[in-house]
Ligand binder design. Structure first.
Ligand code: PLP
Length: 383
C-alpha cells in the first residue's frame, strides 16, 4: 500500500480525534441558536461562552477581548481595516514577507487612499531590522499601525513580540501581529505583552478549519467589519460557528496541556531532518532561520536544494511517493507565481525550495522515508 506522509502542517493540520469527538457531541446535543432565549439556545450559548473563557484563560486576557471569526484571514482583515476606519490610523508599517491575509489587505487600504504603507527592512533570513522600524516610526507624522507577523509561515523566522511592542509604544503606534502560526505552539501572556491585536486560526493546531479569533485589547473601541445581528457583543454579525468554536477551544486545551512534550518531540524530528539533509545532500541550505531551533518556529523547515533538472517536478514527484510538502506557502497554491517570501529575502530562484512542516504526529521514520525518496531523485539525475 502506498504510504502517506504529511509534512504540510503549516498549511493545515489533521484534526485531533479528541477534538472531533467533542465537536460531534456538541453537534448532536446542542443545536439551539445561541441567540435564542429558550433552554436549548441558552445551552448552546453556555458552550460558546465557556469556549471564550477557556481561550482567554490560556492567553491570560479577558473573555471580552476575544472575538470569534471565520479564521485567520478575517481576523487580520478586521484588525487592519477597523484600525484605519475607527482608530484614525493613516500609516501602516509592515514587511514584504507577511502572509497575504495582511499584505493584500494593506494593498487594498492603500489603493483605496485610506492610508499609506511603509516596508521595514528585513535581512536575508527574514529578520526585521528593529533600527529601521524605529527610524520609520520616528519619521511617521501620522497615526501608525505596525503589522508584523510573529512567525513566518514559509521560512519560520520569528520576531520578538516584546521588543516590537516596546518600540511601538515608545512612538505611540498601534501593534498588530499575525500569530496564526504560533498560537497554541508558543505561550502568550497578554497581561504582560502590550499588544493591540493578535489573530488565531484553529486549523493550524489540530482544530477545525473555518474558525479563529481576533484578540482586541480592551483599551480599543472599534466597530464591526461584518454587519448583521448583535452576535459577538455587536462586533460580528452572523450566527456563531458554535461547533467550530467549541472545537477551537478544545484543540487549544489539548495543545497547551501538552505543549512542552510536543515541542520537544517536534524539535527532535526537525533536528534529525536537518542533520540527515546535511549528511546526505551535498550543497543543501536552509531558507530563513528555519534550521536554527533557537530562532525559528519549530514546526517549519524550509530546505533550499541544489539546482537540478528535476526542480520543477520535485513536489510532484514527492507527492507520487505519498509525501505531502509545500514549495512555499500552500495558502496561495493554485497561483503559479513564485513565493513572495522567498523573493523578499532574496533567495536564489534557481534553487528549489521545499517546506517541510511538522506536527506531533510526525516521526523520524517519516523523515527517513522522505529523505530516501528525495536522495533517490538526486542520485537518479546524477547517474
Ligand atoms: N496568517 C498566516 C501566517 C497563515 O499561515 C494563514 C494560513 O495559512 C493565515 C493567516 C490565514 O488563516 P485562515 O486559513 O484561517 O484564513
Amino acid at each position: 500500500m502506498k504510504r502517506s506522509i504529511y509534512f504540510d502542517n503549516a498549511a493545515t493540520t489533521p484534526m485531533d480525534p479528541e477534538v472531533v469527538r467533542t465537536m460531534a457531541n456538541i453537534m448532536e446535543e446542542s443545536y439551539g441558536n445561541p441567540s435564542s432565549t429558550h433552554h436549548l439556545g441558552r445551552k448552546t450559548k453556555s458552550h460558546l461562552e465557556r469556549s471564550r473563557k477557556s481561550v482567554a484563560k490560556h492567553l491570560n486576557c479577558l473573555p471580552g477581548e476575544i472575538f470569534f471569526t471565520s479564521g485567520g484571514t478575517e481576523a487580520d482583515n478586521m484588525a487592519l481595516i477597523c484600525s484605519v476606519r475607527d482608530l484614525g490610523v493613516r500609516h501602516i508599517i509592515t514587511s514584504s514577507i507577511e502572509h497575504h491575509a495582511v499584505s493584500h489587505t494593506v494593498d487594498y487600504l492603500v489603493k483605496q487612499g485610506s492610508c499609506t504603507a511603509s516596508y521595514v527592512n528585513i535581512d536575508e533570513r527574514g529578520n526585521v531590522d528593529l533600527e529601521d522600524l524605529e527610524r520609520l516610526l520616528s519619521n511617521s507624522g501620522e497615526k501608525t499601525l505596525v503589522s508584523l507577523m510573529h512567525a513566518n509561515n514559509e521560512i519560520g523566522t520569528l520576531i520578538s513580540l516584546g521588543d516590537v511592542s516596546r518600540i511601538c509604544r515608545r512612538h505611540g503606534a498601534y501593534f498588530h501581529s499575525d500569530t496564526v502560526q504560533t498560537m497554541s505552539h508558543f505561550r502568550y501572556d497578554l497581561a504582560e505583552l502590550d499588544i493591540d491585536f493578535i489573530t488565531c486560526s484553529a486549523h493550524k493546531f489540530h482544530g477545525p478549519k473555518g474558525v479563529g479569533f481576533l484578540y482586541i485589547n480592551k483599551e480599543l473601541r472599534i466597530h464591526p467589519l461584518i454587519h448583521g445581528g448583535a452576535q459577538e457583543r455587536e462586533m460580528r454579525g452572523g450566527t456563531e460557528n458554535i461547533y467550530g468554536i467549541v472545537g477551537l477551544a478544545k484543540a487549544m486545551d489539548v495543545a497547551y496541556s501538552e505543549l512542552d512534550e510536543h515541542r520537544r518531540h517536534i524539535e527532535g524530528v526537525k533536528a534529525y531532518m536537518v542533520d540527515r539533509l546535511r549528511q546526505d545532500i551535498e550543497g543543501v541550505e536552509f531558507n530563513g532561520e528555519s534550521a536554527d531551533l533557537s530562532r525559528s518556529l519549530y514546526t517549519v523547515l524550509n530546505v533550499s536544494l541544489p539546482p537540478t533538472p528535476l526542480s520543477a517536478m520535485l513536489l510532484f514527484n514527492l507527492d507520487i511517493y505519498g509525501i505531502c510538502v509545500s514549495g512555499g506557502s500552500a495558502c496561495s497554491s493554485g497561483s503559479d507565481k513564485g513565493s513572495h517570501v522567498l523573493e523578499g529575502i532574496g533567495s536564489d530562484p534557481d534553487r528549489p525550495a521545499v517546506r517541510f512542516s511538522f506536527s506531533k504526529y510526525n516521526t523520524r521514520t517519516d523523515v527517513d522515508y522522505a529523505l530516501e525518496k528525495l536522495i533517490g531523485m538526486y542520485s537518479a539525475v546524477e547517474s
